[in-house]
Structures are given as C-alpha cells and as structure tokens.
Design a protein around this ligand. Structure first.
Ligand code: NDP
Ligand code: 3PG
Length: 627
C-alpha cells in the first residue's frame, strides 16, 4: 500500500503541547477512521535499535485506528514511548491516503499536506518543560507560526512578509520561524533607540539598576521556555540550557550592582602635577553613555552572550539594538520579552531578526550605531573593516591550546581535556582545541582521555546527552573536512569517525602534525587533535604561531614553570591547571590577534560601553588647600 506523508498537524489548541505516554494520544485521534499509521524512528542509529527502523509501530502503542482530529498549525505534538527497547522519537507519520478522504472535507487541506512532526525523543520521564516557548506570557511574541520582532516597545510583524526558518540541529526539520526585517524597519528602530537613549541617560542609576534586577528575576522565572528554545534551536543539552539562562539572570544582577558602583565614580584632577602648570585648573571626569549599542551574539550562547552585551550597555545609559543569531533567535526573543515585561522604556531595547548575511551589513554600517559589541567567527574581522568610527568590542574565534608537561597531574589534565574539549560538543570559543603533550607522557594522557571519551553519551539534547548534534549541516561538513584532511595525512584516530546527520561522535585525533588543518583551524565540534611535543617551548611556539589567541592552559605541578609559560603564551588568558573558560562572568575575558578587540567581563564591558567626559573648571588664580 502506498502511504502518504502527512505533515504538521500540531495538536489540541488549549493544550498546545502534549507530552506523555503514547497511549494518551488515543483520545486525540478519531477512533472511527480506519487509518493505518506507520511511524519511522528518528534517524539516529545508536540511540535506537536499528532493527526498528521503518517498521510499523507495535499496534499496542498505536491501538486500532489512531489518526487525528482537531489540529491547528504551528504547534508540535510530542510523545514519549513507554518502552526503553523502542527508545525512538517519532518523526514522521505516514497515513494511508484513501482513508483520509472523509476527514479531508472537514479539515483544511494544507493541514493534511503538511507533516506531523513528533521530533522529540522517547524517554520514560516526566515532561521537562513546565511552560512552553511561545505560550503564556510569551504568546504575544508569536504571530501564527512566526515569531515577531521587537521595536518601539511592541512586538511586530515585518512588512517584508518574509520569514527565516530555523532548523532544529538534531531533527533537521524546521523548528521555528522569525521575521525577516526590512531596512526601513531597521531605520525606524535606530530612530527610536536614539530618542529613547536621550531620556534613559537621565534616569537615575539606581532606577536603571532596579529595572535590570527586575529583568533578571523575570528571566529566571521563565527559564523553562527559554531553555526549551536552546534545546531545539542550538541542540544545547537540557541541563546546560537551563544553566545558561540562570547564569544570564545572575549576570544581569551582577551588572546592575557593579554598574551602580563603578559608574558613580569619576576622577578629580588638579593641573599642577604637569610641568609648567599651577593649580588653577580642576578637571572633573566621569563615564557617560556611548549612545546606541548594536549587540550581535553568536549561536552558542544566544541568551548569555546577548545579556552580557545588553545589561552593561543599559546600566551605562545606552540604548541597545540586538540582532540575535538566527540559530538561537527565538531564545533571544523570549529573553527580550523579559526585558519588555520588566518595563524598560519603549525603543530603548529593540530586536531585529533576519539573516546576518542579508541584514548584517546594513546594521553594522548604519549611521545610528555608536558601538558594536560582537561575538562570533571571522564575520567579526569583516565587520571591523567595514564599521565606521565607533568603538568595537569583538570576541571572535579561538584555538585554545592545552600544554601538558611531564610533571602534570595526568588525571586532572585528562578530565579537563575532556571537559574543555567536548562539553557542548566542542562548540565553545573557549573549548580546548589542541592538546600539546610532552612525548614522554603523551601515551598515558591519551589513554586516560580515551577512557573518559568512552563514557560520553551521544544523542539528543532533550536527553542531556554529552554530545549532541552540531549546529548545522554546513558546520558538520566543515568538521568532516578537517577530519578527512587529518586522515589523509596520516593522523591516528583513537575512535572510529562516525557521523549521522549533524551528530558527530567524539573523536580524539593523535599524532597530528603542523601540516594538517586540524593543527590550526577550530573545528567547533567534538573533534580534538593531539600534537606531541618535545619541549614546553615547542608548545608555546605552536600556540603563538596561530592567528587565534583567545585562551590557553598549562598543566604542571611547578607553579614557577606555569607562570613562565603563562607569560610566554601570547593569548588573552592562560589558565593554570584548568581548562579555558570565560566564566565566572566578572573575570576579564579577551582575545588577542584575530580573537578579538577590547575586553569583556562585567566590569570591562561596562567600561567599554562608556566614554569619558571631562569638565574643567578654570580659576582666575591658582588655589591650594592648606591642610
Ligand atoms: N570569542 C568568543 O567569545 C566566541 C567566539 N565564537 C566564535 O564564533 C564562531 C561560531 O559562531 P557563529 O554564530 O557561527 O559565528 P558567526 O560569525 O557566523 O555569527 C555570529 C553572529 O553574526 C551574525 N552575522 C552574520 N553575518 C553578519 C554580517 N555580515 N554582519 C553582521 N552580523 C552578521 C550572525 O547572524 P546569523 O546567525 O543570522 O548569520 C550571528 O548573530 C566560532 O568561530 C567561534 O569561535 C563563538 C562564541 C564566543
Ligand atoms: O562563546 C563561548 O564559547 C563562550 O564565551 C565561552 O563561555 P564559557 O567558557 O563560559 O563556556
């Protein structure tokens, strides 16, 4: 029998997401219809029993004739299978078209033409997300199945009539859609940002801080839907997704407190310390806002790296225009809504959505921009060449080297290599991206690392797998290119290279040599090269020869050696006996060379989003205090 693929039916309106035992789906289906339903497990061998692929679901899971009734578009139906042996996510349901005829009349035909996506994994546990993205207080940010953009204190639909699709990295199906904003809309946003900023700069610091604290509390209160977006848009493991939101709330609160302190301080200088002057000039200098800050975060921390730009900008009296990464845009829009709910003045914070490749240049070269705070890849280098005379805060790529010396605690080093190299599947700018191990301990280190890699789980972010799909197919292809190059040039693979869709199994590549791309390029995936070195100097040389210079780390029990190596490594930060990391978020964070311009970290970001203004009081005669 020929089965017809039935796309997108969503589910009940009142309860627009259902999660539970598949048996509970029964009431939603029309029992009188004689449908045959086949479910195809999600194509993730390894998670499922391969023999189940393409086979009909056992009838007891889909009893008698299960198809549907009452569906509305734009919603996702989720289900969990009760049996671990069938640990699969239903992805597509095929329905025998002849049996659909009757139903066809009573439903919009496109409902039946679209697909019933059940993209979530089987798991025998309770639903993880209490409230869902785009529901409850977040309902107003959604227009049909397209998320709105935010301008002038309102959620709006773009006049372009176009949307940008966001693919779920794990299922490779369209998960969300956002507005493709027009240049006219961007112009209006900058106009209102400029006006709002002038008023905001007059709002007392303590009130700005109060509003930020409110936003932080709202963000934490609504962590579930935001974490859900991070799981679906960027395949962030569920636990890490929640941590990202909570960390972001903490970052906002800390910024409010730090801002109140450091922005209340200025400088008072007297003129007679400079040769030839007497004390007849008194200089008062203070930090003032830059104006409108354009914030562009990357996909891997779309909430955290957005608030790390928004909150210092706002506390310092600036307005912000946010352009979220396309993968991660919906998490970003939910975050922006928390600022909206906190009651910030209209126009002060806006959010423009659309593809960076289409709207990016217009934004970064816009005359209304007074500062660009960007985190991402080489795009940042291009932006720095195009931007006009405005301050730039750039956090770009990294190839963080991990130097392991002969006297290192190898268990500690191995644990950090695995945590640093493979957490969030290596998609962190601060990930360990090359291990430089002294030859005499390299075998032991590699074997300890391999033992830990064997314990990493690979699968779906909803299941908190350690290794999840990388963000996109092009990213997976790029990683594969690096792997193939290393293979061709004779590197040793400690595990078999394995890829399913965007999911790449963790791989340690030993005996990498300088002629291989993996020695220099950042995979931004779960693939880590090991280069064997004879001396620490060789490691330092390799680290310094790279254009990337974000962080690095060294493992040794000799603190004197560690300090010498730290000083010799020309990177923004060196960690001694730990993997590279940006956090805690108030630490200075910066890249040298192609890894960035300026410095982040809460205090540094506040300072970067201000300029210094001086007022000089000129006295007609010198005046000294006598004590
Ligand atoms: N140093 C650091 O702190 C970090 C560095 N990174 C680096 O970022 C890279 C991966 O992140 P990824 O998001 O893919 O980086 P990209 O540079 O591709 O994108 C970053 C942001 O820039 C936007 N963008 C794209 N084109 C333009 C343009 N012409 N003008 C303005 N904005 C544009 C993107 O939007 P859109 O998504 O719509 O294309 C996105 O919001 C890696 O190289 C990684 O090392 C990542 C995180 C932190
Ligand atoms: O973008 C990144 O990768 C982050 O800035 C790294 O942050 P983390 O070190 O705290 O994970």
């Amino acid at each position: 029998m020929a089965y017809k693929q039935v796309k997108h039916m969503g589910c009940l309106k009142q309860k627009n997401c259902f999660e539970g035992d598949i048996k509970n789906l029964r009431p939603f289906f029309d029992q009188s219809m004689d449908y045959k339903v086949l479910a195809r497990p999600t194509p993730m061998p390894g998670l499922i029993n391969d023999s189940a692929l393409g086979k009909p679901l056992p009838q007891r899971l889909f009893p008698s004739a299960p198809p549907f009734r009452k569906f509305c578009s734009g919603t996702t139906l989720r289900c969990m299978l009760p049996e671990r042996s069938l640990d699969v996510a239903l992805q597509t349901v095929y329905v025998d078209p002849s049996s659909v005829k009757e139903r066809h009349r009573s439903h919009r035909s496109e409902d039946l033409e679209e697909s019933l996506l059940l993209p979530f994994p089987a798991a025998t546990r309770r639903p993880r997300f209490a409230s869902m993205a785009g529901t409850g207080v977040f309902q107003e940010i959604l227009d049909g199945d397209v998320y709105k953009y935010y301008a002038d204190g309102e959620w709006k639909t773009s006049s372009s009539g176009k949307s940008v699709s966001i693919l779920n990295p794990a299922t490779r199906q369209v998960q969300y859609k956002v507005q493709a904003c027009t240049q006219e809309e961007v112009n209006k946003i900058f106009e209102s940002a400029k006006a709002a900023q002038k008023l905001w700069a007059k709002v007392p610091l303590w009130k700005r801080a109060e509003a930020l604290h409110k936003a932080a509390a709202l963000l934490k209160e609504h962590k579930a839907p935001m974490a859900e977006c991070l799981v679906k848009e960027v395949a962030k493991p569920a636990k890490d997704a929640v941590s990202e939101v909570v960390r972001s709330g903490d970052l906002i609160s800390y910024t409010a407190e730090e801002g109140v302190r450091i922005l209340s301080e200025g400088k008072f200088l007297v003129s007679d310390s400079f040769p030839g002057n007497e004390r007849n000039k008194l200089c008062l200098s203070s930090k003032i806002p830059l104006g409108v800050v354009l914030a562009i975060p990357p996909f891997n921390y779309p909430v955290n790296l957005a608030v790390s730009k928004i909150s210092p900008a706002l506390i310092a009296g600036n307005a912000v225009v946010l352009k979220p990464p396309t993968q991660g845009a919906v998490a970003g829009l939910h975050m922006v809504h928390c600022f909206h709910l906190a009651g910030f003045p209209k126009g002060l914070l806006s959010c423009v959505t659309g593809k960076g490749s289409e709207i990016g240049d217009f934004l970064t070269m816009h005359p209304g921009v007074n500062c660009i705070s960007f985190t991402g890849g080489d795009t940042g280098i291009a932006i720095s060449k195009k931007a006009s005379m405005v301050p730039l805060q750039m956090e770009l790529g990294g190839k963080d080297a991990c130097i392991v010396l002969e006297d290192a605690d190898l268990d500690l080093a191995a644990a950090n290599v695995v945590k640093g190299g493979y957490s969030y599947s290596g998609q962190r700018c601060t990930a360990v991206k090359v291990v430089l191990a002294i030859e005499s301990i390299a075998d032991e280190l590699v074997s300890k690392v391999n033992a830990k890699i064997a314990k990493l789980t690979v699968g779906l972010p909803e299941n908190n797998a350690d290794i999840t799909a990388v963000v996109s197919e092009s990213s997976a292809n790029f990683i594969e290119g690096l792997v193939e190059d290393a293979k061709e040039k004779g590197a040793t693979f400690c595990q078999e290279y394995r890829r399913e869709g965007n999911l790449i199994w963790p791989l340690l590549v030993d005996h990498v040599r300088p002629g291989m791309r993996l020695a220099w390029e950042e995979p931004f995936g779960p693939v880590l090269p090991v280069i064997r070195i004879s001396t620490a100097e060789e490691g330092i040389h390799h680290c310094n020869a790279n254009n990337f210079a974000l962080q690095g780390c060294v493992f040794t029990r000799d603190i004197n050696k560690a300090i010498l190596i730290s000083n010799a490594m020309e990177t923004g930060t060196v960690q001694i006996n730990s993997a590279p990391a940006r956090g805690p978020d108030h630490f200075p964070f910066q890249g040298l060379r192609d890894s960035g311009i300026g410095s982040q970290g809460i205090t540094n970001s506040i300072n970067m989003m201000t300029k210094v203004k001086s007022t000089v009081i000129n006295l007609p005669f010198p005046s000294y205090t006598m004590g």
